[in-house]
Design a protein around this ligand. Structure first.
Ligand code: SF4
Length: 220
């Protein structure tokens, strides 16, 4: 059984080792496995190169690359990882090997069938995201211990919409909710002040990796 799982392929855009910039795992050295393909086209997408580029790798080959980096943290991201039919076998294999697995998803596809040991970081696309309405309501039934919801805020209207969505769906009571300022679209200070003024229960998330490796941060 294990052997057949190791031979299953996924379409992979890249595998790389970096600092996790988001979620409860922020700051940890992490191996990122980026899958190819996404059915959405968000206005702020910074991984457009992952829409089509990539090649087939088996789960065994992916594991070999992950093992080289000697960290327990693995993030499956995209593109949209849930478009890969063999995503869950990969997740199961990683969890069986005691990796701390997080999955970053657009939120437009149900995560309920994914291995419950994996942590899910689920986007909720705002009106100004370029993909409004792309949310699968099944995901509201995910277990709060292993789920975070993330809004990328592009405008004041998005902030108001996100607050209303969280309150209507009792997200603040049940989940960790993250608000990220859309990079170069909205001031992080404005978002921080809005969270405070509104007495929101969302947590500000700064996408650490962009501040470390953006051209501005590198002085380029
Ligand atoms: S869901 Fe993610 S990968 Fe897909 S278009 Fe939006 S930001 Fe890009």
């Amino acid at each position: 059984m294990e052997q057949s799982r190791l031979g299953l392929p996924l379409k992979i855009n890249e595998i790389f080792y970096s600092i996790q910039g988001e979620s409860r795992f922020v700051g940890w050295p992490t191996v990122f496995v980026r899958t190819s393909g996404c059915h959405l086209r968000c206005s702020y997408c910074d991984t457009t190169y992952a829409y089509y580029e990539g090649g087939k790798k088996t789960i065994g080959e992916i594991l070999s690359e992950i093992e080289k980096h000697q960290t327990p943290y693995v993030c499956l991201t995209g593109g949209e990882p849930l478009l890969q039919k063999n995503l869950n076998p990969l997740v199961k294999e990683l969890c069986d090997r005691n990796y701390q697995v997080s999955i970053e998803t657009s939120g437009d596809l149900s995560c309920l069938e994914l291995d419950p040991r994996a942590f899910k970081v689920v986007d909720i696309k705002t009106p100004d995201s370029g993909a409004p309405g792309a949310f699968c309501a099944d995901n509201l039934d995910l277990p709060p211990e292993t789920t975070e919801f993330k809004f990328v805020i592009c405008s004041p209207e998005d902030f108001t919409w996100a607050e209303d969505f969280c309150r209507e769906n009792q997200l603040f009571e049940r989940f960790n909710v993250l608000y990220s300022p859309s990079f170069n679209k909205i001031e992080s200070r404005w978002l921080a002040e809005s969270i405070l003024a509104k007495k929101s229960s969302a947590r500000l998330q700064m996408q650490l990796h962009k501040y470390i490796w953006s051209p501005e941060a590198r002085g380029v």
